[in-house]
Design a protein around this ligand. Structure first.
Ligand code: ADP
Length: 181
């Protein structure tokens, strides 16, 4: 299956993606994880991305899209993937469509994790990642509302909406059911 996971920062996409990846047998491709790996290794891409990430802003689309395209070209992603963190804007969604069209494939669906703002702020403060301070969280929530939420309309009937408050297991079961698995 070729799926995009959509939801505000702190919605639990990464946690659900790890479980879904195992159950569906497709790789979990997280742009946040790819950036953090590059930052850790001090690659040129990591150096470029770090300032944006620390400020809670989006990394420029050309940099991000190139990183995603090369990851999608790896063997394990040929038959399917879970994309977590990309696309985050309508512009990125159009680029993804283009990347997939060149491979003669398309998305099977877009899983939208629905969760209230109070819950996501609580979850992010609890996980305490380097970019999880209150200012950055507020910036990322605004970026989500302004730039990412419009993807819900953009994807229209490709959207598979999941109520994402509850236990990790409950949310996973809801998702598997919604995917017909
Ligand atoms: P969260 O889901 O909590 O926002 P991520 O790990 O997905 O965390 O992303 C962390 C940061 O990485 C984002 O705040 C942003 O700076 C950068 N980033 C991730 N994906 C993208 C993307 N598709 N386009 C631009 N920047 C991105």
């Amino acid at each position: 299956m070729r799926l995009v996971l959509l939801g505000p920062p702190g919605a639990g996409k990464g946690t659900q993606a790890a479980i879904l990846s195992e159950k569906l047998g497709v790789p979990h491709i997280s742009t946040g994880d790819l950036f953090r790996k590059n930052i850790g290794e001090g690659t040129p891409l990591g150096v470029e991305a770090k300032g944006y990430i620390d400020a809670g802003k989006l990394v420029p689309t050309d940099v991000t899209a190139r990183m995603v395209e090369s990851r999608l070209a790896e063997d394990d992603a040929v038959d399917g993937f879970l994309l977590d963190g990309f696309p985050r804007t309508v512009e990125q969604a159009d680029l993804l469509t283009e990347i997939l069209r060149k491979k003669d494939v398309a998305l099977d669906g877009v899983v939208q994790f629905k969760v209230s703002e109070d819950v996501v702020v609580e979850r992010m403060l609890a996980r305490g990642r380097a970019d999880d301070n209150e200012d950055t969280i507020r910036t990322r929530m605004k970026v989500y509302r302004d730039e990412t939420a419009p993807l819900i309309d953009h994807y229209g009937d490709k959207i598979i909406a999941i109520e994402a408050e509850g236990s990790v297991e409950e949310i996973n079961e809801r998702t598997m059911t919604a995917l017909g698995k």
